[in-house]
Design a protein around this ligand. Sequence first.
Ligand code: PEP
Length: 255
Amino acid sequence: MASLRTPILAANWKMNLGPTAASGFFESFLSRYAARADRTVIMFPSAIALSAARHAAQARPDIQFGVQNVHTAEKGAFTGETSVSMAHDAGAQFVLIGHSERRHVFGETDAQTAEKVSRVSAQGLAPMLCVGEKIEEREAGQTNAVVARQLRAALEGLVKQDARAVGPLVIAYEPVWAIGTGRTATPQDASAAHAGIREELRGLSGAAGDTIPILYGGSVTATNASALLAAPGVDGLLVGGASLDPESWAAICSA
Ligand code: PEP
């Protein structure tokens, strides 16, 4: 049985599409995708394109926005960084945390990820926490253990204060070997990993763990989106490359 939660379709533009390109994207995308009550669409443009993107989508309150990263400090001498308050002021409702590129390209640790989750939650934005195993971890049969460690590290502090404090929160299962590689997890792979994540979320926060959406991400395209979305336990999709083209993103949002 497919998930009963409203599917979330989230676009991670990474370091692509500046303000001008973002405006052009929305002109095309919004003409191809009409608002739907049975979908939640969240866009993660670069921080510098967020205002232009929001402006271009101002007639469409169904489209929500987030940023791809934040710093844990409120303000100060952190050249190049963005604080949670700044992201909020610019219209972000969500923050991607722990994306595999943050973890493996920029060396972000589990501890930093936890700090970001706490800070973002405390300031009333919703973390979209990314977890996922590397290929060698998968081949060693460690997928569930790695993902459980990442979840516990990021959420334990939050849950200790108050189990209900885990909402609003979204989890994105993104196997590192599937991101930007063209190698997608099968719907069965995704369901198996999502079941492990759901179990861990229940263990961490009891009944509240049932309400947290779990998205799949990793080489999703307009061709494979429907099958992944229909997989048991998959509550939505987080999409990188295929979200940069308005036509393919509109097709994925309508999958
Ligand atoms: C991502 O960056 O979150 C992602 C899933 O990328 P892609 O869809 O390009 O694999």
